[in-house]
Design a protein around this ligand. Structure first.
Ligand code: SAM
Length: 225
């Protein structure tokens, strides 16, 4: 099985991924550079069959990808909703380890196990606690807790991606033209940042020197440790 076969499959379905199409492609291209086995850990699993444009079908995509990256490559996913894990299990292969439970507790335990077994995770895909766009704080806090739970097992190559995390910024960023009304002076508004599920993960990234690898509707960082 050649990795080009995976991309032949991905190219056929990727149009359905809509706003996540390009960033999923970037995720896989990044993973191509990581040596096998590829271990992917995800929070928030595929919960509705064929819901490509709404949710993303991430578990299915990761399952397919790892099947082309050697027999020890594997996906781990967790979801608090038993119906979601049931639907997921009906749509992915046995190469995906599916757990029903709270993601923060799960990641904390999994991290301890991976330290013992010296397991290297290539990608953490954080997509649990749904984001209420009018009040995203709780979701952002939950995803920061997830990051705290995995912090010990991140290395400088580990890719951390948070779904539903687009860039936001004030439209007025700098001084307007000389002969226009100078309504806003430079520095009066903060620069662009990451919103949604990943907003606090990004604040942590800024403080610790982690770098954004891409940001579309999904945002990916490397270099947390
Ligand atoms: C947006 S969906 C995941 C979609 C999936 N990644 C996909 O691409 O199809 C978010 C999921 O997170 C789950 N969730 C919410 N809070 C959670 C928590 N504390 N721990 C684990 N999962 C949680 C929900 O039950 C829901 O199924």
């Amino acid at each position: 099985m050649e990795i080009s076969d995976f991309y032949n499959w991905f190219d056929k379905i990727s149009i359905k991924l809509d706003t996540r199409k390009d960033s999923f492609y970037q995720i896989f291209k990044y993973l191509d550079k990581i040596p096998e086995p590829i271990i992917i850990v995800e929070t928030g699993c595929l919960r509705i069959k064929d819901n490509y444009s709404g949710d993303g079908q991430s578990t299915l995509l990761f399952d397919k990808y790892t099947q082309f990256r050697g027999k020890n490559s594997k996906v781990y996913t967790v979801d608090i909703n038993a119906n979601a894990t049931k639907v997921c299990s009906e749509n992915v292969s046995e190469n995906v380890s599916i757990t029903t439970g709270d993601s923060v507790k799960y990641l904390n335990n999994l991290s301890k196990e991976f330290i013992k077994t010296n397991t290297n995770v290539a990608l953490f895909y954080l997509d649990s606690f749904d984001c209420d766009w009018k009040s995203p704080e709780q979701s952002a806090q939950h995803h920061l807790k997830e990051l705290v739970s995995i912090k010990k097992i991140l290395n400088d190559q580990t890719l951390v991606v948070v779904d539903d995390s687009p860039i936001i910024g004030y439209l007025q960023q700098s001084k307007v033209k000389k002969d226009s009304l100078e309504l806003i002076k430079p520095g009066l508004v903060p620069g662009p940042t990451i919103s949604g599920k990943g907003s606090l993960v990004h604040e942590y990234a800024v403080h610790t020197g982690a770098k954004i690898l891409f940001s579309n509707y999904q945002t990916g960082w490397i270099g947390f440790n």
